[in-house]
Design a protein around this ligand. Sequence first.
Ligand SMILES: Nc1ncnc2c1ncn2[C@@H]1O[C@H](COP(=O)(O)OP(=O)(O)O)[C@@H](O)[C@H]1O
Ligand SMILES: O=C(CO)[C@@H](O)[C@H](O)COP(=O)(O)O
Length: 465
Amino acid sequence: MSERLVAGVDSSTQSTKVVLCRASDGTVLDEASAPHPDGTECHPGHWWDALSRTRGLLERADAVAVAAQQHGMVALDGEGEAVRPALLWNDTRSAPQARALIEELGGPRMWAERAGSVPVASFTVTKLRWMAEHEPENARRTERVLLPHDWLTLRLGSDGPVTDRGDASGTGYWSPAEGAYLPDVLRAALGRDAEPPRVAAPGERVGTTSWGAAVAPGTGDNMGAALGLGLRPGDVVLSIGTSGTAFAVADAPAADPSGLVAGFADATGRFLPLVCTLNAARILTAAAAMTGAALDELSALALAAEPGAGGLTLLPYLDGERTPDRPGATGVLAGLTTANATRENVARAAVEALLCSLADAVDHLAAQGVRPRRTLLIGGGARAEAVRRLAPAILGTPVTVPEPAEYVALGAARQAAWALAGTAGAPDWPAPPATEYIADHVEEAVRERYAALRDAAPAPGTAST
Ligand SMILES: Nc1ncnc2c1ncn2[C@@H]1O[C@H](COP(=O)(O)OP(=O)(O)O)[C@@H](O)[C@H]1O
Ligand SMILES: O=C(CO)[C@@H](O)[C@H](O)COP(=O)(O)O
């Protein structure tokens, strides 16, 4: 019998990435990618176009699954057409609606207990309320609300609209603790009922593609990464993509009334407490633009500067920020003098800022009882040598960097192999090779200066934590 192949899709903010793997052990045989348009809203058709450009690879698979950017609001009319472009996780226009919903429905503690998370503008529920207030005609036409991965999975061939518990937990109207929708919350947000997709069991086969492959439920991209890395309790993942995320698997749901930690579910039946920042890899892109360096030259610049960047500190809230909840914030470069105004110091300050923001994220997880035993660094930004080399001193812990790979897509592929096998659990795939980075000191002064800038009063018109 010929070898069975599975395809995993990562439809993230900036691009679609697909891996074709051997179902038995996850060996990657082929890869493809295609870009998405820039912006914080996107017609779902663009994701399908990007996926279609990888079709030659997809059609070699016996099973397929999609992991995608979380939270995006795909509102469909009775014909299944999008009533407007999807509002994405990084769109902050619904920040006032987030605050109103928190107040109307019982306050932060109530939200944390019922929905697992206190919603910020990223959450689907707040986008529904924004649409109800600003585009009542679109809200009135909305019959069904899907997430990006649900929409792609439906187009690939699921038997009706379907989601999974991981992605459902980012809507704000599904309870991770109860494993059930909260229809009253959805109704309060949209002003009417709309049908959410069925929540499939982990590893369930949910349909068949046009070329006869099994379709697995798919999940959110962070849950996909957890599956791709084969996370164990005690592993904390730091992912530097468009978003910065810090997460860990847990046996019990989180419920953080401060709103800093989102109490998500994972794709296997467990839970995934997670902290997400709006600014991550693009801090490096912005620093490259400011210094006139190519992205792959930025590390050499940063590593040529002294720790502390000669006194420069960057507060990297370039596109507003989600953690802390400051949707209207902008970046601040503090401590600038004629003596320290060098390209090297600007590059260094950017890398240090990115790592300080992730160090804060780990502290928030720890405050919710996550005890890190191993810290893993993944995502596009982890390809920067300066990020890998400076991480241990800023985080104050050794850092394990799995070899660069598309871990979200790999997780989706592993879920596809699971659905294909029809087994109780996901197949065991070997852990990726990894390199350990260590430091002989901790950069306490860098973190202290960053914390002081972060905690200085936010500019008028921004929300503070
Ligand atoms: N060598 C590198 N140095 C710094 N940043 C990089 C490097 N390679 C990729 N990136 C950045 O990583 C980001 C893409 O990472 P990825 O994890 O694929 O994000 P997403 O899943 O959000 O699409 C881009 O912003 C890109 O500029
Ligand atoms: O909103 C979140 C997590 O809650 C983000 O992590 C999105 O899921 C987007 O991920 P990337 O495109 O940055 O991978």
